[in-house]
Design a protein around this ligand. Structure first.
Ligand code: NAD
Length: 326
């Protein structure tokens, strides 16, 4: 199958590209990294404007004959529409992924995530793609009353980023029902791992490198959230898309346990052999639009047979090793 991945040079996008290239097309086909020949994995086109993504993230993928890359913006139909020629499925990851910044610059998350998703859906429609996948977010639930939060919970974002992801989901549903493009929204918890260029773990790592004696924490340190290692997130995403039956459906993707910010700070300090004084800089929310408690119910994706494989502490160690080496 020919597949287009927007945001391919980013953190999650580059891992997704590798998984799609490695994925056998049929049961019994050769497994292993990027098999070539008839029985090999999918043909993958990466599409990214490289505003934050890096070609280094695609170094392994670029060795496969089944991978090609187009530098382009999702807001530019003159490049995007031709890029979708012959494409059956689109994984749409390109976005402004920053919650905090979406409060400071609301127009940006609207343009990138709402208009951007619309543009990619339009390209899918014009070129006859059959399925569309949007990487959505736990932030569509806002301050959920039910913890763990199921997919059926009220959708009431408290951040502009969450609103932009929810608007994107609604467009996916409308395109699914109006034009028959099967659409999947995967609502991610916090995803972490090698190549991640943002998030609390990265923040703590660099702050501790600069000053191992004191660690500034946004908020009161009690924010309690779910974190999932990137490989597990990709497996869940591929499974949800392959097994989805409805015209449009949404799947929560996260871990079963949550971790407090202070706990993460101490874990990272321990791995880095630092003993910092924790300096808390605020109240229950780390920033405007922050959700202090987030844990998604993952029963729906687990019913399809998915289980996370990488333990939280092991994932954090792998990520810190990567940060140290890069
Ligand atoms: N990382 C998480 O914890 C998390 C959680 C929930 C949802 N998500 C969603 O998953 C997706 C990937 O997130 P990520 O963490 O890998 O982010 P990332 O910033 O690493 O990747 C985004 C990629 O999109 C590209 N991009 C941005 N705007 C573009 C545009 N206008 N045209 C073309 N390319 C553009 C960037 O260059 C980058 O390579 C995003 O949609 C994000 O909202 C991520």
């Amino acid at each position: 199958m020919k597949i287009l991945v927007t945001g391919a040079a980013g953190f999650i996008g580059s891992h997704l590209v590798e998984a799609l290239l490695a994925r056998p097309l049929s049961a019994g086909a050769e497994r292993g990294p990027f098999p070539e020949g008839k029985e090999g994995g999918h043909e993958v086109v990466g599409y990214d404007n490289l505003c934050s993504g890096r070609m280094e993230n695609l170094a392994d993928a670029s060795r496969s004959k089944r991978f090609s890359f187009i530098k382009g913006d999702i807001l530019d139909p003159s490049k995007l529409v031709p890029a979708c020629k012959g494409v059956e499925r689109i994984y749409h990851l390109a976005a402004d992924p920053l919650v905090k910044e979406s409060a400071e610059n609301p127009a940006n998350s609207f343009e990138q995530n709402v208009v951007g998703t619309f543009r990619v859906l339009e390209a899918a429609r014009l070129k006859g793609a059959k399925s569309f996948v949007l990487t959505s977010s736990s932030t569509v639930y806002g301050d959920a009353k039910e913890i763990p939060t199921p997919e059926t919970a009220p959708l009431e974002p408290v951040s502009n980023y969450g609103a932009s992801k929810l608007a994107g989901e609604h467009y996916c549903a409308a395109y699914a029902h109006t034009y028959g493009i099967r659409a999947t929204a995967v609502r991610y918890a916090n995803i972490f791992g090698e190549r991640s260029g943002h998030g609390v773990m990265r923040d703590f790592y660099f702050k501790l490198k600069r000053n191992p004696k004191e660690l500034e924490i946004l908020g009161n340190g009690k924010q309690d959230k779910s974190y999932l290692y990137v490989e597990d997130a990709i497996e869940a995403t591929l499974l949800a898309v392959e097994r989805q039956k409805l015209a449009f459906d949404a799947f929560n993707i996260g871990s079963r346990e949550k971790h407090k910010v202070d706990e993460i700070a101490l874990l990272i300090a321990g791995i880095m052999r630092a003993k910092p004084k924790l300096a808390h800089g605020g109240g229950a929310r780390g920033w405007a639009g922050d959700v202090p408690i987030m844990l998604l119910s993952t029963k729906k994706i687990e019913r399809l047979g998915w289980r996370p494989k990488v333990k939280f502490e092991d994932g954090v160690k792998r990520y810190l090793d990567w940060l140290a080496a890069n």
